[in-house]
Design a protein. Structure first.
Lengths: 259, 370
């Protein structure tokens, strides 16, 4: 395989006296789906916020396409090709799909000194991109609020891909979804990966991770517990790693291994 | 998330009627038609629809429109400005104190007034975005601060709270006519001569038409409505206004400069208030410390009647302009119809409540909440 597109080396992040990340190293290759697993409070969100330029790491190095990176703010990361689809979507329900799709990246048409939002172009592209992802919209002016949770995630992913994301960070895209919608989102992830985009898929659901992941990294209490490739690890072992082993085993026993 | 279970098939059942309902201007359009029909039926012979009458309610509506445009864009961006009324009083008083008391040339006075007032708008916005406090509280503070100054300065300097002589001070100035003049005078004279509009039958204006031109106030109102509508619906910045009010965090994540958008909208609101104030003092020739009282609420009511959501992210400048028109027509129309003017407030409360309920319903349709 080629060189990793992004390498996070020994990333540390402290918030005052709290050590959220204590030296986390992860690398992601183009065209792979790298699953980042961890329980609540493991530091997943902090880690991806560091990756996407929201937080500056207290220590450690980020290497993007072979060069060390120092993002000032999320816009730098977006410009470089690191796009994040957030847990809370980043979609605005009251706005139309087309307006959401181009939010922050509005296409403009010039009329002399005036620059107007190019609605025609925006509508056309948004419709085409949605169709490609398997969502047929009633129209480009359909409000995002009328879409289902899975469809919204898909809009967000399609948007990131359209704007040239090389690394796509998905923050728990399936956590609030039903079964069929989850399947749709996972299928979208698969499509995106096949386009050669590096996907970082954050989840605490081992089954979702196993469905699309190429490699798996488990975070626990701000540290990595190692990275495993597909086939090297069983879902049970991942689950144990996430929960920190012991207590989970006892719980599982009482629940008959259903968790 | 409550709407997770919605599937495509069920969503698509929305009827055309419901789709038409989610246009933000709808309430304003229906209201405008209703109001005109009502007054055409009950006050047609009262002089409300002759040239003078039309000018009467048009000017009042235009006043509301000017401040409604600013309030509308700010509300869509997710914030309020309660200091609009005080800003009007303050700006008018600045014109009087600089232009009359200190004898500063009127054009310079107007420029200073705009700079200071828009600066206060920027300060409002800066405090709101930096502290994260509700704009309601921050601008409530500004409301009192500005009103206090509006009374304090003329009291201290001139020992009175109304300063006149502005028209004389503006005589021959090059910038003042932009706010105080009337345009189209020859057209109206001609309309008077051919008998389309009445002319004065006696007195020192004998032969002049009763309506002798369109005041700049109305030109500003129409210009601001067109500008605001274009900005909101046809520009890139407009998308940012919607985004900032719809969900500031989501907008930030997409790279929208939310803080800058909000501060600019506070500045624009202050700009609109200042336009109102300067037009008003040019017309009256004086500035009073109590000018602009309650205007902030009237602006917000016009905006809400126009279909904007109080929570931000949704609304229309055209709707707000129609809201202002309804406001002006009803306020003046009740006078023409000979209805006790205090009932206007009753009407206002009722229509505000109806508009808010309708808007909440529309919002549920759009977002699929229930």
């Amino acid at each position: 395989m080629a060189d990793p597109i992004i390498q996070m080396k020994n990333i540390e992040k402290h918030f005052g006296s709290v050590i959220a990340l204590a030296g986390v190293s992860v690398d992601v290759f183009p065209g792979e789906c790298h699953c980042l697993l961890g329980d609540n409070g493991a530091g997943k969100s902090t880690f991806i916020k560091t990756m996407s330029g929201v937080h500056k790491p207290t220590a450690g190095e980020i290497v993007f396409e072979g060069k060390p990176l120092d993002f000032g703010d999320p816009r730098d990361a977006i410009a470089a090709g690191i796009a994040t689809v957030h847990q809370h979507l980043g979609m605005i329900p009251l706005m139309s799909v087309a307006r959401n799709f181009f939010m922050g990246n509005e296409p403009v048409k010039k009329f002399g000194p005036f620059k107007a939002f190019d609605h025609e172009y925006a509508n056309k592209v948004a419709m085409a991109e949605m169709k490609q992802m398997g969502i047929n919209l009633r129209g480009p002016d359909q409000a995002v609020g009328t879409l289902s949770g899975g469809e919204r995630q898909t809009v967000a992913i399609a948007r990131a891909v359209h704007f040239g994301a090389k690394v796509l960070i998905l923050d728990e895209p399936t956590s609030a979804l039903g079964v069929r919608q989850t399947a749709n989102v996972l299928a979208t992830i698969d499509k995106v990966r096949k386009q050669g985009i590096a996907v970082v898929f954050i989840t605490h659901n081992v089954r979702h991770a196993m469905a699309v992941g190429d490699r798996f990294t488990v975070l626990n209490r701000g540290q990595t517990l190692g990275t495993a490739a597909r086939g090297e690890i069983t879902p049970e072992a991942l689950q144990d790693l996430m929960a920190g082993g012991q207590e989970m085993a006892q719980l599982e026993g009482s629940l008959g291994g259903t968790v | 998330m409550s709407d997770v279970q919605n599937t495509d098939e069920r969503i698509k059942e929305t009827s055309r009627l419901r789709q038409a309902l989610i246009r933000p201007e709808l309430g304003g359009m229906v209201g405008t038609v209703a109001v005109f029909v009502f007054f055409a039926l009950f006050a047609f012979d009262s002089g409300m629809f002759n040239a003078q009458g039309v000018m009467n309610w048009s000017v009042v509506s235009a006043q509301f429109m000017i401040i409604a445009v600013g309030a509308c864009l700010l509300m869509i961006a997710g914030e309020f400005d309660l200091s609009v009324g005080s800003m009007i009083g303050f700006a008018g008083m600045m014109v009087a104190i600089f232009g009359v008391t200190f004898g500063v040339p009127m054009w310079l006075t107007i420029i200073i007034t705009f700079v200071v007032c828009v600066g206060f708008g920027a300060l409002n916005g800066y405090i709101v975005v930096k502290t994260g406090l509700p704009s309601f509280i921050v601008t409530l503070a500004t409301l009192f601060i500005l009103r206090g100054f509006t009374i304090f300065f003329p009291q201290t300097i001139e020992r009175k709270t109304i300063i006149g002589g502005i028209r004389e001070a503006a005589e021959g100035d090059w910038l003042a006519p932009l706010f105080g003049a009337k345009i189209g005078k020859p057209v109206f004279q001609w309309l008077g001569d051919i008998g389309v509009i009445d002319t004065f039958q006696r007195g020192n204006r004998l032969g002049e038409p009763v309506v002798d031109g369109i005041p700049m106030l109305m030109v500003w109102a129409i210009g601001l409505v067109i500008f605001g509508h274009w900005l909101l619906t046809r520009s890139r910045f407009g998308n940012w206004i919607f985004a900032a009010g719809g969900d500031a965090d989501a907008a930030r994540n997409s790279g929208v400069p939310v803080n800058a958008v909000k501060i600019k909208m506070f500045m624009f609101t202050a700009f609109c208030a200042t336009v109102f104030a300067v037009c008003q003092v040019m017309e009256f020739g004086s500035a009073g410390a109590d000018r602009g009282l309650l205007k902030e609420f009237e602006a917000i009511i016009a905006v809400v009647i126009g279909g904007a959501l109080l929570t931000g992210g949704y609304g229309s400048v055209i709707g707000a302009a129609l809201g202002a028109l309804i406001f002006g027509v009803v306020q003046q129309g009740l006078f023409f119809a000979g209805v006790e003017s205090s009932l206007f407030r009753v009407f206002l409360g009722v229509i505000l409540l109806a508009a808010v309920i309708l808007n909440t319903y529309i919002r549920r349709i759009i977002t699929g909440e229930r």
